[in-house]
Ligand binder design. Structure first.
Ligand SMILES: Nc1ncnc2c1ncn2[C@@H]1O[C@H](COP(=O)(O)OP(=O)(O)OP(=O)(O)O)[C@@H](O)[C@H]1O
Ligand SMILES: [Mg+2]
Length: 252
């Protein structure tokens, strides 16, 4: 894995919101490689969403360097897709319009096919003509995931994408995302509070410690795929991750 070049790399990244007394993030070094799924976990307020905003090119770090294939990231990039904590659908567009929003460059037929495939991937076929106001919170979030998938970016950043879903839908979508990434060249960075979600999906889990947000531990998850939540080795990893989270919180 380490032989592959990093798609996205962070070196010495620090961030402080204007007027804030302390830095939100400090000294972050992280590489995200093709085909890799990296989960980011950590206490509420430790800077996970801030990290996603930096990686999405929506905010600039005060110190350090973020580079996409070695080129400094200077704003949102078509190779990077984002799913935010809340769906952020455009209310004046139908579901199909939202999912196809970034596909203007495609001919109409190809665009419709891409939208339909993305809706099927999030188990919402037949929802294309609906309006965002007609969706439940979980359905809206799945449409947001479909919108990111439809563009087929090389890197998707997801900020707690499944937190609004009921447990059955969440489990199904986690498995689905894991299968989708198996053998895919795209990289996925996923922020989550759900330890099992991190273990089902990730090749690596990065644990952030708060105030200022920094990497307290990185755990390699070498469990075979598809991951079985009931496996003894899964329970061992769960224990190790919970320990790492508790240690990170004690460091604040
Ligand atoms: N726009 C902002 N201006 C000032 N401070 C901010 C802003 N956005 C976030 N913060 C602060 O930065 C810190 C990190 O916030 P962030 O949203 O990145 O945390 P998080 O890890 O995503 O939390 P959660 O798990 O609750 O989503 C928090 O202390 C928060 O109050
Ligand atoms: Mg957040």
């Amino acid at each position: 894995m380490s032989a592959l070049p990093a798609v996205l790399s962070l070196r010495g990244v620090a961030h402080r919101y204007a007027g804030a007394p302390t830095a939100t993030l400090e000294g972050l070094d992280l590489d995200l490689r093709a085909g890799e799924i990296v989960a980011v976990v950590g206490a509420s307020g430790c800077g996970k969403t801030t990290l996603v905003r930096l990686l999405a090119g929506l905010d600039r770090p005060q110190a350090g360097r973020i580079a996409l294939d070695g080129v400094p990231l200077d704003g949102p990039h078509p190779r990077i897709g984002v799913v935010f904590q809340e769906p952020r659908l455009l209310p004046w567009l139908t579901v199909a319009g939202n999912v196809g929003f970034g596909l203007d460059h495609l001919p109409r037929g190809a665009r419709a096919a891409r939208v339909q495939a993305a809706l099927e991937r999030v188990q919402l076929p037949g929802f294309g003509a609906r309006w965002p106001r007609e969706l439940s919170g979980g359905q809206a979030q799945r449409v947001a995931i479909a919108r990111a998938l439809a563009v087929e970016p090389e890197l998707i950043l997801m900020d707690e994408p499944f937190s609004a879903l009921d447990p059955a839908t969440r489990g199904a979508l986690q498995d689905h995302v894991a299968a989708l990434w198996g053998g895919s060249a795209g990289a996925l960075l996923l922020v989550t509070h759900d330890v099992d979600e991190a273990l089902v999906l990730a090749d690596r889990v990065v644990v952030l410690a708060p105030q200022p947000g920094r990497i307290a531990a990185t755990l390699a998850i070498d469990l075979p795929r598809p991951r079985r939540r009931a496996a003894a080795a899964f329970a061992d990893h769960r224990r190790a991750l919970l320990d790492a989270l508790a240690r990170a919180d004690r460091r604040c």
